[in-house]
Design a protein around this ligand. Structure first.
Ligand SMILES: [Zn+2]
Ligand SMILES: [Zn+2]
Length: 378
């Protein structure tokens, strides 16, 4: 979270009754003592105590966190140096200030410096830190057999990721209690703030931008509503999924923050190769070994299919090696229909011969039309 403009105005150490050099432990102890004292449950219908409780919660939220405390100390140091004096005071930062504290300074640059990251766009980060935020998208890989990818399959992927807390179902409130709407911002998580020329939306301090206040945080997730745990997500893959294809599972990613929607899960499909079949888009391919006599004399050849049965193709006499036969609608089924099965006839040359085979081949070679080479025209 970026520095907030409230940091100029507030003394969080004083709110907690500790010095600015207090150790983290001293701060936590002070916070716990005050939180118990001013807790709304202990002070029903006491708006003063409620305000006090909010104040100390907001203070602890900053100085109770090492990183944010450092940022806050930095802002305070700058503020004490004089550059930002008058900031936030009525009329102190408005249109009529040309002769005032900021004379000669580049306003955007100044604010950019003060807020660390803005770089001429002050408060950009402040708005982003409040209100509902969509959860992140997740990616995972899924390995499928060739035939499962063709048929489509319902399977599951195992993830270790942020997920809605199972104890409180993501509410962040301990069992039997409920978060209540933040009174300060009416559940919006942000407050509008007009300062002369500027209109800011800043995260509500009472609820830290969540829009709700959790009096009794869930013990499992400490009020965040999110835990990191292994989970199993069911995935239904349509028939005909391809290698590298991404399946989007809406709402199966990381839970959102402050009531924002859950992100999506992208499952990338990896298809294992098959011993016999290959794939070319929606067509399946298979290579069928054939003998020279089958190509030369013609033959009927049985070819297996992915449906578990077989088809018979007729190889006409005099078929060249490598010729592809197409069998309609025996390929990959998908939403757009079914592709074809493409069968390549590949000549296999025998590496060993029986004596009768050898004699038959010699006779063929020595016959009048035995040689295909005719180079006389060269
Ligand atoms: Zn929980
Ligand atoms: Zn609020």
């Amino acid at each position: 979270m970026a520095a907030q403009r409230e940091w100029f105005e507030k003394d969080y150490y004083a709110d907690l009754g500790v010095s600015s050099t207090a150790t983290p432990k001293e701060i936590t102890t002070a916070y716990r003592r005050l939180a118990r004292k001013f807790h709304p449950d202990a002070n029903p219908n006491d708006s003063v105590a409620e305000e006090k409780f909010k104040t100390i919660s907001a203070a602890y939220d900053v100085v109770g966190d090492a990183g944010r405390r450092k940022e806050y100390d930095g802002v305070r140091a700058m503020s004490a140096g004089g550059g930002a004096r008058g900031f936030g005071a009525p009329g102190g930062f408005g249109a009529n200030q040309s002769g005032g504290d900021f004379a000669g300074a580049d306003l955007g640059e100044m604010l950019g410096n003060l807020f660390g990251k803005g770089g001429g766009r002050p408060f950009q980060d402040v708005g982003a830190s409040g209100g509902p935020k969509r959860g992140g998208d997740l990616e995972t890989d899924l390995h499928l057999s060739f035939l499962d990818a063709l048929k489509g399959v319902t399977t599951s992927v195992n993830l270790i990721s942020d997920a809605s807390c199972p104890t409180c179902s993501g509410s962040g409130a301990s069992l039997g209690t409920h978060p209540r709407q933040c009174g300060e911002c009416s559940g919006r998580g942000v407050l509008d703030d007009n300062q002369g020329f500027f209109s800011f939306s800043r995260p509500c301090n009472s609820c830290q931008g969540r829009g709700v206040i959790i009096d009794n945080p869930c013990l499992t997730c400490h009020g965040s509503g999110i835990t990191t745990r292994p989970r199993v997500v069911k995935v239904r893959l349509p028939e005909g999924v391809k290698e590298g294809q991404q399946i989007r599972l809406k709402g199966k990613g990381t839970p959102g923050k402050n009531g924002g929607p859950t992100g999506d899960l992208y499952v990338r499909v990896h298809v294992e190769p098959h011993a016999l079949f290959g794939r070319d888009g929606d067509n399946l391919t298979i290579t069928v070994p054939v003998t020279f006599p089958e190509l030369a004399l013609g033959a009927d050849i049985k070819v297996p299919t992915v449906d578990g049965d077989s088809v018979t193709i007729r190889i006409p006499p005099g078929t060249p090696n490598g010729r592809v036969f197409r069998v309609k609608a025996r390929g990959v089924s998908s939403a757009s229909g079914r592709g074809d099965l493409l069968i390549s006839a590949e000549l296999v040359v025998p590496t060993s011969l029986t004596e009768p085979e050898r004699q038959a081949l010699v006779a063929l070679r020595d016959s009048a039309s035995g040689s295909p080479r005719n180079f006389q025209s060269v």
